[in-house]
Design a protein around this ligand. Structure first.
Ligand code: GLY
Length: 378
């Protein structure tokens, strides 16, 4: 391969979803990952909380709902392309007020979500265990989101990666992209640890690591790492089916075979991947308060992952403000898994010049972070 149409830095669900769509439309694509492709994506809980995650109007919400709706078709498509079942589980999500203190915020969110979608229901404390028999009757109430679903994140990451490879994408793992190669203001490739790779366009989809890439361009996205710890518990007897999400951010995602994934702590500005006793203790206490049956389970494993959070907590998607041919697609923060299908499709449309897509993506443009002085130079 002499020259790729696209070089993508970052082999997580975002990078591989874009790579897959571009390759499917006949373009040549190489994905480079500094480590093992999809490390951060594999750590995710896999919630598709397109309603759960939004408490007020947000330009991302429509895209999140669209992306959630893509999963049923995607499950079949990726199974065909990669042989991997992403284990989509459509059992709904309960967003719970663990105590009276959480009620005002949750009722406000209920008003917002129900005003948009009448299928969103409010459950009084005694109704919560009727909706999910494993739930405690000692909560202060819950929102029931029947459309919020979940997948197994490590399988989704692998399925996107394999589907991209099967569509012709070249994937280079343990191969960091080091520096952009620019001629006359136009990208023509990147220097990597295996040499210079020629490409017409380069996409920075390196998630939490994207802020450190291409500093030489004079603009990098203000994206920080936010570490999160998780634990999985195996139940033998009765097990919940619905995802449970507490207002304080602790969640329990029931996977197949009665594996309960419990997440996640939140430590901004940390690339550290250790798992602390205090973090796990806090998750277990909060989770077992909602689902007492967890106390009977056995601990399977603990791990941590790194979320990419932009300064305003919205993704950063679009053209680099100073360098022609360089694009950013990062900052998906808590919603990388959920947003991965729509992001791949939107990026493919954006990069092939679709004006409606450019308009939809405008709120996420990297240029929103420019200072007035920088804007004047663009
Ligand atoms: N998506 C949930 C989390 O980031 O913890």
């Amino acid at each position: 391969m002499n020259r790729y149409d696209y070089l993508i830095a970052g082999g997580g669900v975002i990078g591989c979803s874009i790579a897959y769509r571009l390759a499917k439309s006949g373009l040549s694509v190489a994905v480079f990952d500094a480590g093992s492709a999809g490390t951060a994506s594999r750590a995710a809980g896999g919630m598709l909380g397109a309603q759960n995650e939004f408490e007020f109007e947000n330009p991302l919400m429509d895209i999140a709902i669209e992306s959630r709706a893509m999963f049923a078709g995607l499950q079949e498509e990726l199974l065909e392309e990669s042989g991997i079942d992403i284990e989509l589980r459509q059992a709904g999500l309960l967003k719970v007020a663990a105590s009276e203190n959480d009620l005002p915020a949750l009722l406000e969110q209920y008003g917002f979500l129900n005003g948009k979608d009448a299928s969103v229901q409010w459950l009084e404390p005694h109704e919560v265990p009727l909706a999910e028999p494993c739930m405690s009757d000692k909560t202060a109430g819950a929102i029931y989101l029947e459309k919020d679903t979940q997948v197994k994140a490590p399988l989704l990451a692998k399925a996107f990666l394999l589907s991209a490879v099967n569509a012709g994408v070249h994937v280079y793992e343990q191969t960091p992209v080091q520096q952009l190669v620019v001629e006359n203001g136009q990208v023509c490739g990147a220097k990597t640890s295996i040499g210079t790779i020629q490409a017409n366009r380069v996409i920075n989809a390196a998630g939490a690591w994207s802020g450190d890439l291409f500093k030489e361009t004079g603009f990098t996205p203000p994206v920080i790492p936010v570490k999160g710890e998780c634990i999985s518990i195996k139940l033998n007897g009765e097990a919940p089916l619905k995802t449970v999400f507490a207002v304080d951010g602790c969640y329990i995602v029931p996977k197949r075979n009665k594996e309960m994934l419990i997440g996640a702590t939140s430590y901004p500005n940390s690339f550290d991947t250790s798992v602390t006793a205090g973090g796990i203790r806090s998750l277990l206490n909060r989770a077992a308060h909602l689902l007492p049956v967890l106390n009977e389970g056995t601990i399977e494993r603990t791990w941590s992952g790194i979320r990419p959070q932009a300064r305003d907590q919205l993704p950063v998607i679009g053209a680099h403000p100073f360098v022609s041919g360089l694009y950013l697609c990062t900052g998906h923060y808590r919603n990388g898994i959920l947003l991965s299908p729509a992001t791949g499709l939107l990026m493919e449309r954006f990069l092939t010049g679709c004006p409606e897509t450019a308009k939809r993506l405008a709120p996420f443009s990297p240029a929103r972070f420019l200072t007035q002085k920088e804007e004047a130079t663009v």
